[in-house]
Structure formats: C-alpha cells, structure tokens
Design a protein around this ligand. Structure first.
Ligand code: ATR
Length: 284
C-alpha cells in the first residue's frame, strides 16, 4: 500500500513542503506520496478523522490550523502543549499524536546554517505572535541566558514572558520604540525576527524590524520570514558584515523532524534542503 503524507492549511497556494518532502521520500526509496491538502476551517474535523486510516503516516499542519487541531487529537506531546500549537500529526495504528517541530527545527537551522548555539547567549526576539511562541520555547530549551521580547503591542510580549518564564529565567518585554530596540539589539548575540515585517505580501514588506546601525559584525541574525529570499533585515545584516539567514532552513528542518517522526527513517536533510532551495528559486 502506498503510504500518504501531506500538509493541511488554508490557503496553501505557496507551500514548498510537497516539493522537498517528496524529494526526501523518493531519495530513501519509500513508497509514499506527500501532497498538499487545502482544508478550510469548517472541514478540518472531518479531514483529521480520515488521518486515522492506516495509509496515512504523518501530516504537517500549517496556518490557520495549528491550534484548532489540538482538541481533535488523541494526545499532544509536552512541547506542543506548552507552545500551544501542533505542526505535525502522526498516525500510529489509528491514534493521532500532535507534535511541534518548529522549535527543534529552529534550533537545528541555527546550528546547521549559522553554526550558532544559543546556550549562555543573549537574544532578542522581535514579535510576539504565534510564531514567536515556538522560538521563545526553543531558546529556553536551548539555554539562552538572557532574552528580550520586543513587540509593537507590548501586552502580547508581556503575555509571552508570563507564559514561558521559569525560576531563574525571566525574559524582558519591550515595545518597538527606537532607543529601546537599538539598545536591546546592540547587546544581543542573536536577533530573531518572528514578526511579519519584511514579508512579501505582508503589512510592511519593504521595512526591516531592526535599525541597521544596531547590527554589529558579531551579531547573528535569523529572520524566520522566507519570502523574499533576501529580506530587508537579511540585506542589512549582510551589509553590516554579520552572519544571517532567512527562514527557509527552519521550514526544511521542521519538515525533516516531521519526516522522521512519520516514517521512522532518517531524513535525507541535504536532499530536502537542496529541493527546497530550488523550489523557492523557481518561484521568484
Ligand atoms: P504569527 O502567528 O505568524 O506570528 P501573528 O500572531 O499575527 O502571526 O503575529 C504577527 C507579529 O508581527 C506580531 O508580533 C505583530 O505585532 P502585534 O502583536 O503588535 O500585532 C507583528 N507585526 C505585524 N505587523 C507589524 C508592523 N507593521 N510593525 C511591527 N510589528 C508588526
């Protein structure tokens, strides 16, 4: 029986997941397909029920379903519970378990693409929406020493601090006023943009969330936005002589971990990364 994997979200027009996931499945010679299943919210429950059938292995979940799938599953692993979002569903003999691979995928992208280990470092995260939750969780589990969360709406940054703080580990919440943001950026070893500033098709596509003068050559910058391939923040980072990357590697590594959970096989990460880069280039 040909096994099935896929991605559910709505809309799904631009997804790269089928391109690099199918390349990975083919490379290991598994008789399986990875498809895009655009699923409007009102069809989610019915669609998820079908994933209990034995031909389904694993399903990647993207916007807007990452929270809504949770009550439809049999169990949710602890990281996904704390983040409050599931981005992979694994079918084991008709029982559906939810995982969050965005957080470990981000840490792996930092390591593989930028050779950066957050342990003991100072980090600045811009944005406090859904995407920021997995990043803050990842940085805490990666033992970052100091964390500042900067957001246009400070109350949302405060909510993240309240949710993720632990004894001896308390992030600081700030707004986007220039002086405060510059100071936080200057003292950070790592800057991560999780906001939609700089995203093609987003509310502010031509802007960078960080004042360029605050990026020093020692700063490492990760912009989780991956369209365009060179975001305004990455452009300023490279101009400052610093190392930086955009979110394509996080997209691929969340998928690599999901592939491994789904198939029980080691994912051919290099093949998948190459296919994703080619797929992204073909779209620009
Ligand atoms: P996601 O789940 O992708 O993180 P989201 O929950 O809508 O999406 O969050 C988007 C993030 O981008 C938020 O941090 C948002 O700031 P607010 O919480 O103040 O809304 C941020 N953002 C969006 N547009 C922005 C802009 N023009 N300037 C600054 N921040 C912006």
């Amino acid at each position: 029986m040909t096994k099935r994997l896929g991605v559910i979200g709505y809309p799904l027009g631009h997804t790269l997941s089928p391109v690099f996931q199918q390349a990975g499945l083919d490379a290991i010679g598994l008789d399986a397909t990875f498809e895009a299943w655009p699923t409007p919210p009102e069809e989610l429950a019915q669609k998820v029920e079908r994933f209990r059938s034995p031909d389904y292995l694993g399903i990647c979940v993207t916007l807007p379903h990452k929270q809504a799938v949770i009550p439809l599953l049999d169990s949710v692993d602890v990281a996904a519970q704390e983040i409050g979002a599931v981005n992979w569903i694994i079918n084991r003999e008709g029982k559906l378990t939810g995982y969050n691979t965005d957080a470990p995928g981000f840490l792996r992208a930092l390591k593989e693409e930028l050779d950066f280990d957050p342990e003991g470092k100072r980090a600045l995260v811009v944005g406090a929406g859904g995407a920021a939750r997995a990043i803050v969780y990842a940085l805490r589990s990666g033992a970052v020493a100091d964390l500042v969360i900067a957001n246009r709406t400070v109350g949302r940054a405060n909510d993240l601090v309240a949710h993720f703080r632990r004894e001896g580990w308390e992030p600081k919440a700030i707004g986007l006023d220039r002086a405060g943001l510059e100071a936080a950026a200057r003292s950070a070893d790592l800057i991560v943009n999780t906001s939609s500033v700089g995203m093609a098709g987003g509310p502010n596509p031509d802007a960078s969330p960080i004042p360029p003068a605050a990026i020093s050559p020692q700063t490492v910058v990760y912009d989780i936005v991956y369209a365009p391939a060179v975001t305004p923040l990455l452009r300023d980072t490279l101009a400052a002589g610093a190392r930086g990357a955009t979110g394509l590697s996080m997209l691929v590594y969340q998928g690599v971990i999901g592939f491994e959970l789904s198939t029980g096989r080691e994912a051919p990460a290099d093949v998948m990364m190459k296919a994703a880069r080619e797929g992204a280039a073909a779209r620009h």
